[in-house]
Design a protein around this ligand. Structure first.
Ligand code: GAP
Length: 443
């Protein structure tokens, strides 16, 4: 899978546009670099991933609650978090070829691309600034949130009071984050507008390491549940000098992307943030964000174990992991072997001939309320199968001339290409059974 030539990524980008997963934003105007729009299939895939995360992290646990905070946050939140102070990089520009580099990525004082002279380093802020209200002076300056976790810390007391949670417990949210990245690249891997899935788990300080190990294992399990192959996932502990200013320890969960170099890229970080964030907000706001143990009455600042992943990166890993090219009956087929829970369309009803459209539409009407189903009558049956394979649709239901006689349809499984004949009157139950229990085993 780790084909670092760039070919796999190019093919996937083209499939994403062709089938309506992801488009370049503002394409008709030449495209806005590093902004991406999700098309009909991409929007469904994104929702499926996000709801799988929410289900795994929030709905199925009594000790994690959710929230949904504003994107435009009080500027003091970013002062307290250290973003205003730390969230920028010194940059140098080449006077000849106009390339821009992070100063610490350049050895010596000439351009790594063309050998030209470089400017003096200049600070490059990573937060998107805007102004609130009619005045555009400094007093009205606000920022688009560069991460979703800080509003969780700022709401710690509100959530504890409202939900009556006791330690250990977590607060989770998903949503947009914005960073004016110096170089946005590798399709949706690094963009300036992206979505995060973050959970902050508050614990007693002496239990932090134990929970760190627990969440690392849980998060790896979730990526496995999405159908990503274990060989393409690894964990990587941060070295001392690599740690962010807030972290006591951090481990990245990485995927073997087909990028230049060794390809391993971060999907998610699991970090022990200690008492940094609540401590910083106590200091900046002067408010009481301490936790009082209801049994011992001890008052302290909880430690935080954070799980912080990106939806875009997860989508990219899921798509790359599912992408296959293979020969079937002497012809190449491209297939997205998406896990059936993630597939945007679960089933396609295909009449073998246009003449059978009316009867096949009845099958479609019976299936549509049961699982996300589409109906396709245009082109040869072979072409329609190929379209559904590229869309990652796990099941095609074909209505043929025999269906008129025997009242059955053929269900084809995308990956094995196995087919079974199913009576139309029991089709919805049979398909629900397959969706939850898998494809029937041969006797
Ligand atoms: N609260 C901690 C935090 O935000 P991070 O490592 O900066 O940590 C967490 O970001 C996750 O967000 C990353 O693992 C990645 O999946 C995603 N992410 C960060 N910057 C991104 C970008 N520019 N484009 C796409 N995803 C990004």
């Amino acid at each position: 899978m780790n084909d670092n030539s760039g070919d796999t990524l190019k093919k996937l980008v083209s499939l994403c546009k062709r089938r309506g997963f992801i488009f370049q934003s503002g394409e008709i105007y030449g495209g806005l670099q590093s902004s991406w729009d999700y098309g009909p299939l991409g929007a469904e895939l994104k929702r499926n991933i996000e709801s799988s995360w929410w289900n795994f992290m929030v709905s199925t646990r009594g000790n994690v609650v959710g929230m949904d905070s504003a994107i435009i946050t009080h500027p003091d939140v970013w002062k307290a978090s250290g973003h205003l102070k730390h969230f920028h990089d010194p940059m140098v520009d080449c006077l000849k070829c106009k390339s821009r580099f992070r100063q610490d990525h350049v050895e010596g004082d000439s351009c790594p691309n063309c050998g030209g002279s470089l400017t003096e380093p200049r600070e490059f802020g990573l937060m998107f600034k805007t102004s609130m209200g009619a005045l555009e002076d400094d007093s009205a300056t606000v920022y688009l949130r560069p991460e979703t976790c800080q509003p969780i810390f700022a709401n710690f007391r509100n959530v504890v009071t409202a939900s009556r949670q006791r330690l250990p417990f977590g607060i989770a949210q998903t949503g947009k984050a914005f960073r004016n990245e110096i170089t946005a690249r590798n399709f949706i891997f690094r963009s300036r507008e992206f979505e995060q899935m973050e959970m902050e788990f508050f614990v007693a300080p002496d239990e932090a390491e134990e929970w760190f190990d627990y969440w690392l294992q849980q998060r790896m399990e979730w990526y496995g549940e999405l159908g990503i192959r274990r060989d393409n996932l690894r964990t990587r502990m941060h070295e001392e000098g690599e740690l962010a200013h807030y972290a006591r320890s951090c481990c990245d969960l990485e995927y073997a992307f087909p990028f230049a170099g060794d390809g391993w890229g971060e999907l998610e970080g699991i970090a022990n943030r200690g008492d940094y964030d609540l401590g910083a907000h106590i200091q900046e706001s002067g408010q009481n964000l301490f936790y009082t143990d209801p049994v011992s009455n001890e008052k302290f600042i909880p430690f935080v174990i954070e799980t912080s992943g990106g939806i875009g990166r997860t989508i990219l890993a899921v798509l790359l992991d599912a992408y296959r090219e293979e020969m079937v009956d002497g012809r190449e087929r491209v297939v997205l072997s998406l896990h059936r829970n993630l597939a945007p369309i679960k089933a396609a009803v295909l009449p073998l001939s246009k003449k059978l459209s009316e009867q096949a539409e009845e099958v479609y009407r019976a299936m549509a309320p049961v699982i996300p189903t589409t109906f396709d009558v245009t082109g040869s049956i072979g072409k329609r199968y190929r379209r559904m394979d590229e869309a990652g649709t796990p099941f095609c239901i074909t209505y043929d001339f025999d269906s008129l006689e025997d009242g059955c349809v053929t269900v084809r499984e995308r990956d094995s290409l196995q087919q079974i004949r199913v009576p139309m009157e029991t089709l919805p139950e049979t398909m629900m059974g397959i969706m939850t229990g898998g494809w029937p085993k041969e006797d």
